[in-house]
Design a binder for this molecule. Structure first.
Ligand code: GDP
Length: 364
């Protein structure tokens, strides 16, 4: 699954948001996993296609359960100004942030005299740069250490180490200019084991008070301008409202949102933007037993997608029956879809499309 790490200065609304996430996750139907770590919350990826398919495959009173995909949010605590100096960023912090696929950077865009701001005043750009600087410094420190090791190995004649050392030097140059590693362009791929933080895509989460959910306030506008220069996305939310929404039944929540002039909860928007940012798509397995969504990267081929379901299905992949979800809804079931000629047979080179329903034929 997809994991998004939540970072931000103290008192910007991270815990409020994270609590909303864990509450939303605890309420979600068909919650497929029982226990998770305390700093990890799961929310299901909203997908109206699954409900439509569940209706298609309902037989009498047997309604196939819906199993959505989920996104994990990891509460990454411990990032403050100067964190990368002195005793350094905690190991736990680094371990947590290295594991996530993307970063949700929460930025305070609300005024409230009762909530102290660590820097004395609300200034989203200054806040963003404070955090970004810490992340760049953390990468600098980690990569310098690694470079020293790589150079030692390279001297001993290790060719791969020499190539990696060259890459590390290129990246260090970018970091040294105060830029995130993702701002540079490099020849070849950055090795995963570099464990860099600033290669990860960032989504700025502008946290506003409930009165500012409609039109952007000046702080949100600043965040949008800043993000646009970086090519990053912005999601405007009210962490407090998200907490209230997480407690409501679905139809009540929808009404509450529309009263506020919003179509979708901030959490749903964040999940969607996270999906887009990482180039993820969904395919579906569907029948009377269950209707289930699976997350894959855009561009993945049918056998890899089958491997998401079970590694045996990738190894034993022969071919796949594929149909677009709308066609299945229109046909009302596999048999009718087949007789209409809407179910295609696809081989190993088929590139999966968002919303495909797939049935894997295999020799396992
Ligand atoms: P964290 O330190 O980033 O985890 O921040 P918290 O989630 O603990 O929030 C700090 C304080 O700000 C708490 O008292 C929250 O209730 C309050 N807070 C969070 N979001 C909002 C908001 O949108 N508006 C207002 N007025 N207060 C908020």
């Amino acid at each position: 699954g997809l994991a998004i790490g939540i970072v931000g200065l103290p008192n910007v609304g991270k815990s409020t948001l994270f609590n909303a996430i864990t509450r939303a996750g605890a309420l979600a139907a068909n919650y497929p996993f029982a226990t998770i770590e305390p700093n990890v919350g799961r929310v299901t990826v909203p997908d109206e296609r699954l409900a439509a398919l569940s209706r298609v495959f309902t037989k009498g009173d047997r309604v196939p359960p819906i199993i959505p995909t989920f996104v994990e949010f990891v509460d990454i605590a411990g990032l403050v100004k100067g964190a990368s100096q002195g005793e350094g960023l905690g190991n736990q912090f680094l371990a947590n942030i290295r594991e996530v696929d993307a970063i949700a950077h929460v930025v305070r865009c609300f005024e409230d005299p009762n909530v102290v701001h660590v820097a004395g005043q609300v200034d989203p750009i200054d806040d963003i740069e404070t955090i970004n600087t810490e992340l760049i410094l953390a990468d600098l420190a980690g990569l310098e250490k690694r470079l020293a090791n790589l150079q030692k190995k390279a001297k001993g004649g290790d060719k791969e180490a020499r190539e990696q050392a060259e890459m590390a030097e290129q990246i260090l140059k970018v970091l040294g200019e105060g830029k995130p590693a993702r701002a540079g362009s490099y020849e070849g791929r950055i090795p995963k084991e570099f464990g860099l933080i600033t290669t990860k895509p960032v989504i700025y989460v502008a946290n506003v008070g409930e009165d500012d959910l409609g039109e952007d306030n000046a702080y949100v506008q600043q965040v949008r301008e800043y993000a646009a220069r970086e090519g990053a996305s912005v999601v405007k939310i009210s962490a407090q409202i998200e907490g209230e929404l997480a407690e409501m039944p679905e139809d009540e929540a929808r009404e509450f949102l529309s009263d506020l002039g919003v179509e979708e909860s901030g959490l749903d928007q964040l999940v969607k933007v996270g999906y887009e940012t990482l180039g993820l798509i969904t395919f579906i397995t569907s029948g009377e037993k269950e209707v289930r969504a699976w997350t894959i990267r855009r561009g993945e081929k049918a056998p890899e997608a089958a491997g998401e379901i079970h590694s045996d299905l990738e190894r034993g992949f022969i071919r796949a029956e594929v149909i677009e979800w709308q066609k299945m809804v229109e046909a009302g079931g596999w048999a009718n879809a087949k007789s209409k000629g809407w179910v295609r047979t696809e081989g190993k080179d088929y590139v999966m499309q968002d919303g495909d329903i797939m049935n894997v034929l295999h020799n396992m």
